[in-house]
Design a protein around this ligand. Structure first.
Ligand code: FES
Length: 110
């Protein structure tokens, strides 16, 4: 588990309907942070189906979902739960905060 917050981007560079990625400074896990109407959510940047990067897929800000580009699984970006096959396991959800003009997240799994 990482206690260290990883800098994702300046707050002004993550506008509603956008996403940004970074790698956790301690664990190396990919992190993707979404802005849905001003609310920020962070997930592991890894599809639970075959571990492809979710951030390569397309974000649907109206539904609050991201579609994996490889086989079409969709996940709720607010909690990481799968919305359709072929994914049945959730994606890890990470904490996110804004501080000192930046967006921060961390891999908080044990
Ligand atoms: S790797 Fe994402 S749907 Fe298959």
């Amino acid at each position: 588990m990482s206690e260290t917050w990883t800098f994702i981007c300046p707050t002004g560079e993550l506008l509603p309907g956008e996403m940004k990625t970074a790698f956790d400074e301690v664990t190396g896990a990919g992190i993707v942070v979404f802005n849905l109407d001003g609310e920020l959510y962070a997930l592991e940047d890894r599809c639970s189906h075959e571990e492809f990067e979710l951030s390569v897929g397309s974000l649907d800000p109206a539904e609050g979902s991201i579609e994996c580009i490889l086989h079409g699984a969709r996940f709720d970006v607010r909690d990481g739960r799968p919305l359709c096959a072929p994914a049945y396991e959730p994606v890890a959800k990470f904490p996110v905060k804004t501080e000192h003009g930046g967006v921060w997240s961390r891999d908080d799994r044990d």
